[in-house]
Design a binder for this molecule. Structure first.
Ligand code: AMP
Length: 482
């Protein structure tokens, strides 16, 4: 249905259509087709969409349209639109989108996050500003220093609101909401609809329009998934083997801890594979450099914790690896959403040790299919192992914890990053001929009969229609007073 909608049908102005044409988009994604007309009408919006759906253009384009349709005289440090995001990387990417889509308009924008000097931000705030993209912590620093004035905000966007809550930003968000003018347009984007998100939406949105799009590449259509059953102590060697054996050129590996990310990156480098780790303890410049090299293809392996990887806009990532499984099954889907984006196919490999089998079961229950178990051809587990660091305890709960304590002005809080450090999705050998069934000898329990299915059968399963994982209860329109 949305296939037939064109950008020219959405009511966007010519300069925006020209910019869209320049970036080469031909048709709007489902979230764009639905959200853009609603935002242009000026009402509030609740949107279920995650990174990879094209959501950024879904709010950036109509915001640029609305601001340019109603020009006003700007004041220094007093933005008309505030876009709050959970991480520095996402902030930078969103602001880049503002610039890209607004290239034929005269709007000014600024990105604001912690972990970098505040001086240049002070200087920028002395000039007129239309659109501010910020992480909550640094924004509060500026409010405290009175270098920022939010009294002119006409449009507020909470992007990846679920992740902001996971990261403990709810208090910061509430503090920010208090200083915003009451009369404004509110757009809330979230990949999931927990009770906390519903509560936030209830308090924030007035008579909102509602848009929900299935993930473009859920566990189903585009991502070939597989699991290697392997002891924790063999994972680093297996990782090195898989990258070399399959000649992976661009692979994002999720680890559970920052320490684990460092150790893995060091091991890969030692084995002659260029790799870098990104996580909250790395400086912003190191993260930016690693990400840029990874994106332009000069760095083949990026090892990241969940939060560091959140929101990375890397197109058509071919391989993702879960070095460990995430505690929260939904995170697995988020992780494998890093690959197979924008219509390309991708592959996700998970390295699963016996202690993670329960997590694997939870994931398979969520995605309603078994993930094929494969072995790595030619992999001989080392007989002499490096001493293994004690395994950090996993949080007990299977659901995301709520309202993590403390904030940092640098984006993710330390506590949240540690908590969420389960690995993200990966991919294994994409060439089924290179994969064999996994012997169950490595496991404390034998692999279930179903999991012995071969890949072609798995591929058949993957073609089956999926129930959208994201299924929020809609907020009913028309029963709230503005
Ligand atoms: P987002 O979900 O906003 O992070 O966008 C994911 C990726 O999709 C980005 O690299 C965008 O450049 C790309 N994208 C956004 N809209 C479209 C579109 N209509 N057609 C093709 N690619 C798009």
């Amino acid at each position: 249905m949305t296939q037939e909608i064109k950008f020219t049908d959405l009511g966007l102005s010519q300069p925006l259509l020209q910019a869209i044409n320049d970036v080469g988009y031909t048709i709007p994604t489902p979230v764009q087709a639905q959200a853009i007309p609603l935002v242009l009408q000026g009402g509030d919006l609740l949107a279920g969409a995650q990174t990879g759906t094209g959501k950024t253009a879904g709010f950036t384009l109509p915001i640029l349209h609305l601001l340019s349709a109603k020009p006003i005289e700007l004041k220094p440090g007093r933005p008309r639109c505030l876009i709050l995001v959970p991480t520095r990387e996402l902030a930078a990417q969103v602001e880049e989108s503002v610039k890209t889509y607004g290239k034929y308009l005269k709007h000014t924008s600024m990105v604001m996050f912690g972990g970098v000097g505040i001086g240049p931000q002070h200087a920028r705030l002395k000039k007129p500003l239309d659109i501010l993209v910020a992480t909550p912590g640094r924004l509060l620093d500026h409010l405290g220093q009175r270098t920022l004035d939010l009294s002119g905000v006409e449009i507020l966007v909470l992007d990846e609101a679920d992740r902001m809550l996971d990261m403990g930003f709810i208090r910061d968000i509430k503090k920010i909401l208090v200083v915003l003018p009451k009369q404004r347009q509110n757009l809330l984007f979230s990949a999931t609809f927990s009770d906390e998100i519903k509560e936030l939406a209830e308090g924030l949105l007035h008579n909102p329009g509602f848009v929900s799009v299935a993930r473009r590449n859920t566990a189903s259509e585009l991502v070939e998934q597989s699991v290697h059953l392997v002891q924790q102590s063999h994972k680093r060697d297996l990782m090195s083997h898989l990258i070399k054996h399959n000649d992976w050129k661009q692979v994002l590996i999720f680890t559970r801890t920052k320490h684990g990310a460092n150790r893995l990156a060091e091991k890969l480098v030692k084995d002659g594979i260029p790799a870098a780790a990104i996580h909250g303890n790395k400086s912003q410049s190191a993260r930016t450099k690693a990400l840029a090299e990874f994106k332009n293809g000069t760095l083949p392996v990026l090892v990241a914790t969940d939060i560091a990887a959140r929101g990375l806009d890397i197109d058509q990532l071919p391989q993702v690896v879960n070095f460990e499984l995430p505690n929260v099954p939904e995170d697995y889907v988020h992780r494998i959403g890093r690959t197979g984006r924008a219509g390309s196919s991708g592959a996700a490999v998970s390295l699963v040790d016996p202690e993670e089998l329960k997590l694997l079961k939870d994931i398979e229950r969520l995605i309603k299919r078994e993930i094929p178990k494969v072995t790595a051809e030619g992999f001989v587990p080392p007989t002499r192992l490096e001493p293994e660091a004690p395994r950090p305890p996993r949080p007990q709960q299977q659901r995301r914890p709520q309202g993590a304590p403390g904030r940092t002005s640098n984006g993710p809080s330390r506590s949240s990053e540690n908590r969420n450090q389960a690995p993200r999705s990966p991919h294994a050998g994409r060439d089924p001929s290179r994969q064999q069934r996994q012997p169950s000898a490595l496991l404390s329990k034998p692999v279930s009969e179903q999991s012995q299915k071969n890949l072609s059968e798995a591929a058949r399963h993957q073609a089956m229609a999926q129930t959208p994982i994201f299924a929020p209860a809609p907020i009913h329109r028309g029963n709230r007073n503005k």
